[in-house]
Design a protein around this ligand. Structure first.
Ligand code: RM4
Ligand code: MN
Ligand code: MN
Length: 430
């Protein structure tokens, strides 16, 4: 990895963009100055912004119907880290990786930790997986895991989550993200309250195993794979469970896990208000949970989410410390390119939200001036902050145009013999 995208290579690639970037950055700086905004302050904030890469995101995903293999796909966690290092090398805002177990399980996790450290990567939230069966697993999750009607199946799922905490301790993570696929396909199949009671009982045991400085993230999802009911279906159930469990439990917002047209930014505001926002799985969707690239369908929604986050930081909300992660499935693109453009899209929304004049917005809200309030947000969203993002990356030693730089490096071609093609016949969402 470092051999291809070394300092000289990236600098040479940047040479062809530098003059235009300087010109555009200076022009934007003058524009922002007229609004009373210091571009250097915004650039420094952009440079400090980070979002974690999901380890599973560097693999090629699929749908329920098919999976089309990509060239030089990573086959294990070490190769996934190699790809994550390329991403961070070029975009510079993705210094951590959120792993998924048992997908990323190896005998010696200290080796994984050391390999990551050698790439200047650290580990973000640990994701457990009780939504599919593993080879040699004693009891099946076909009818649920943490909420299963059979106590022995629940115990097995609880034990896996506690194992995940142990793996996370080795890797230096500080949180566990729990998403369960438990639910039902038919009315009457499952007793709603009994299933949730069983969930809480299981989660209390997992919660008790959390180290003092850890948090547990409860991730809701409206449907899929369960098509009639899902036990943790929305933020209401997730936050109720987080409140039941205690101070270390929070509600995680995966943007794709809501019904179309739901006001997600308002959910975010509520979670902030009640100190229960765990963080995000950023992605986008058009109809249901498609795990599309962040900002590819609803960039204004993503901006409005960041408007709430920046507002919370501006107001100094106590304990406000959300974890940012991407969670996408890439079926037709090169996952490295999708993850790079998504990380930059999320960073763009953050920077745009920093441009909002908060005292002015407050004034318009006091005066009930709907047009001016709405136009103020729109103006920030419509500001092309690309020069700030490019400058932030260049300052940090990254690529001014990451996708062009990545393509120039012909990374996948270089890995072709080391990473033979994975069979493309199996289907699967991830
Ligand atoms: C789920 C959910 C989880 C992720 C899996 C792969 O839909 O978003 O966060 O771990 O997909
Ligand atoms: Mn997710
Ligand atoms: Mn999902």
């Amino acid at each position: 990895m470092t051999r291809i995208f070394d300092t000289d290579f990236v600098a040479t690639q940047n040479d062809s963009h530098r003059a235009a970037l300087d010109e555009e950055y200076d022009a934007l700086g003058r524009k922002l100055e007229r609004q009373g905004t210091d571009i250097a302050r915004i650039t420094a904030a952009a440079e400090a912004f980070t979002v974690a890469i999901p380890s599973w995101g560097v693999g090629v995903g699929g749908t329920r119907f098919a999976r089309f293999a990509g060239p030089s796909e990573p086959r294990n966690i070490m190769e996934k880290l190699e790809d994550c290092a390329v991403i961070n090398r070029l975009v510079t805002c993705t210094p951590s990786v959120s792993p998924h177990f048992p997908w990323d399980r190896v005998d010696d996790l200290t080796e994984v930790r050391d390999t990551a450290a050698a790439y200047d990567l650290s580990f973000a939230s640990i994701n457990s997986n009780t939504f599919q069966d593993q080879p040699a697993q004693a009891l099946s999750y076909k009818f649920g895991s943490l909420t299963h009607s059979n106590p022995a199946t629940r115990e097995q799922a609880v034990a896996h989550n506690i194992d995940c905490i142990e793996y996370g301790k080795i890797l230096g993570a500080k949180s566990l993200t729990v998403w369960i696929a438990d639910g039902s396909n038919f009315p009457g199949q499952q007793h709603f309250s009994n299933a949730l009671e069983r969930y809480l009982e299981s989660m209390r045991t997992i919660y008790a195993a959390l180290p003092d400085d850890w948090r547990i993230h409860i991730e809701h999802k409206m449907f899929e794979p369960a098509f009639y009911s899902t036990v943790i279906q929305d933020w209401g159930t997730s936050v109720l469970c987080a409140m039941e469990l205690g101070d270390k439990a929070f509600s995680l917002v995966d943007l794709g896990h809501h019904a179309p047209n739901v006001n997600i930014e308002m959910i975010v505001a509520r979670l902030i208000q009640f100190r229960k926002l765990a963080g995000f799985h950023f992605n986008d969707s058009k109809y249901g949970d498609d795990d599309l690239d962040s900002g590819s369908i609803h960039p204004y929604q993503q901006f409005l989410v960041f408007n709430e986050l920046v507002d919370a930081a501006y107001r100094g909300v106590e304990g406000f410390d959300p974890e940012y992660m991407l969670d996408q499935s890439h079926n037709i693109t090169d996952p490295i390119e999708s993850l790079m453009s998504s990380a930059m899209s999320v960073q763009r929304s953050y920077v745009q939200a920093l441009l909002v004049d908060r005292p002015a917005l407050d004034g318009y809200q006091q005066e009930n001036d709907a047009i001016m309030a709405s136009n103020l947000l729109k103006a920030a969203f419509e500001t092309d902050v690309s020069p700030i993002l490019g400058r932030a990356r260049a300052n940090a030693g990254g690529a001014i145009d990451p996708i062009a730089c990545y393509r120039a490096g012909a990374y996948r071609d270089a890995l072709a013999s080391k990473r033979p093609a994975l069979s493309g016949t199996s289907s699967g969402i991830v």
